[in-house]
Write a protein that binds this ligand. Structure first.
Ligand SMILES: [Cu+2]
Length: 459
């Protein structure tokens, strides 16, 4: 039987606070290597901008050793100097920090869910700094590097922008998947359909812990918590199961929704779900499980009261979890009904089998680049011609979900959405930022294997 032990950990409150509230007068980011960092300091635009954020909190990308399935494993982390992982901003606080790349390889820092004025994530070479200074978008978001394989080594962190504080404590949980084998090897095999279909990671983790060695969260009987769940995995969509805990879904991708009681819900790659969670009124220990869709792998967070006993759970369930039901979004509604948007431009993308070795491609229907004018209201339909569902992330925008397989949706805001197998998804949004915006597969290996297109917005 599984060993039994008493809960010893404490509730994690996201209490990080600093008061660096700055007026909106600096560019949102700039990138400098350490050499240029020094040489540009005396003057010039970059030097002035750097001076503006050089006292900002420093978020360092570092290597770390963790234990996975009882074995030592190499991973990464993004941590402030006080050890806190990721950023937790108070209401009204500016998103202002120095991203310090200590990994010795070039990274592209991407603030998933934030909407900076330029689309592409900026590159920062090893031992370089990248300064960010922008008005943040409230809600549960996250940071990762894009265009490389570091997400498989757990390089991701929460980016939480608080609204008015609710009276209950909060817990942020990053859901990830882990592979012992090198990500380069997985990418090299990804174009083989049979290999890809049989692939699964070695295990799934919640805040770096597996169910075989969990980090239980201490709660009181009947306590309410706001749980911010972030799917930061490389290849895993999750089915969340609140079990005996009462759960209400209150926000997706950082955007409020009309509260919806849920027991099971999908959390696709890159997506966030904020849940109000009520503990049962008696002493005990309970788990909120995150099962990898279509797989026996699972992870989760274990809650326990002072007199509750926590049982370790095997990280492999006895049976496979369901596949994701893409129709879940039909049940969600924005807090206020949305008046329909009159479209000024209709765009369409085909998601098709790839050519010349790439498994997928995302191409416009007429072969032309996707273009839109600044200020236009855009409707984009993605038609998936393949037998595999895909998750897409449009950078720099939050979009209203307008249709799924031709059925109208009530228009919740998301930044990451599913396109069902042999189906379609329609989104609407205002093209309010000039630049080139990637729309790409959120699955790490799909995104690096051709599942990507660009939306160009010009004045
Ligand atoms: Cu992202």
């Amino acid at each position: 039987m599984f060993p039994i032990y008493l809960i010893a950990s404490i509730i994690i409150y996201n209490t990080y606070c600093n008061c660096l509230i700055m007026p909106n007068r600096y560019p949102f980011y700039f990138s400098l290597s350490r050499r240029r960092f020094l040489s540009l300091l005396p003057g010039g635009f970059a030097g002035a901008a750097l001076a503006a954020v050089e006292d900002a909190p420093r978020l360092a990308v570092q290597r770390r050793e963790i234990e996975v399935l009882g074995r030592p494993a190499e991973a990464s982390r993004l941590a402030l100097q006080n050890g806190q992982e990721g950023l937790h901003l108070e209401p009204g606080e500016r998103l202002r920090f120095l991203f310090h790349n200590e990994l010795g390889m070039t990274l592209r820092a991407h603030l998933h869910g934030q909407t900076p004025p330029a689309g592409m994530a900026a590159a920062v070479e090893g031992d370089g700094y990248l300064g960010f200074d922008l008005e943040p978008r409230p809600g549960s978001h996250w940071i990762h590097s894009t265009g490389d394989l570091t997400r498989q080594r757990l390089l991701a962190a929460p980016l939480i922008v608080h609204g008015p504080r609710p009276p209950w404590p909060e817990l942020t949980v990053l859901l990830q998947d882990f592979c012992f084998r090198p990500a380069e090897e997985i990418l090299a095999n990804w174009q083989d359909p049979a290999w890809r279909r049989s692939f699964q990671p070695d295990t799934c983790l919640a805040n770096g812990y597996g169910l075989d060695a969990p980090d239980p969260v201490r709660v009181a009987p009947g306590q309410r918590l706001l749980l911010r769940l972030i799917n930061a995995a490389a290849t895993s969509d999750f089915i969340l199961d609140a079990g005996p805990l009462r759960a209400q879904l209150v926000a997706v991708d950082g955007n409020p929704v009309r509260p919806l009681p849920v027991r099971k819900l999908p959390l696709l790659l890159g997506q966030r779900a904020d849940l109000l969670l009520d503990m049962p009124p008696e002493h005990g220990a309970w788990g909120l499980l995150a099962r990898r869709a279509g797989s026996r792998l699972r992870t989760g967070i274990i809650f326990g009261t002072r007199r509750g006993y926590v049982r370790r759970l095997p990280p492999l369930a006895e049976s496979k979890a369901d596949e994701v039901d893409p129709a879940f979004d039909v049940r969600l509604a924005p807090p206020q009904p949305e008046s329909p948007m009159r479209q000024e431009r209709r765009l369409a993308l085909r998601l098709a089998e790839g050519a010349s070795g790439a498994p997928w491609r995302l191409i416009s229907e007429d072969g032309q680049p996707l273009a839109m004018r600044l200020g236009e209201k855009v409707e984009l339909t993605v038609r998936n011609e393949t037998a595999t569902a895909h998750v897409l992330h449009l950078h720099g925008h939050h979009v209203r979900m307008a249709g799924l397989n031709g059925q109208a949706l009530p228009g919740i805001l998301r930044d990451t959405f599913a396109v069902p197998a042999r189906g379609s998804a329609t989104i609407v949004f205002r093209a309010d930022r000039a630049g080139d915006w990637p729309i790409a597969g959120q699955n790490l290996y799909d995104g690096l294997s051709g599942l990507s297109a660009t939306l160009s917005c010009r004045e």
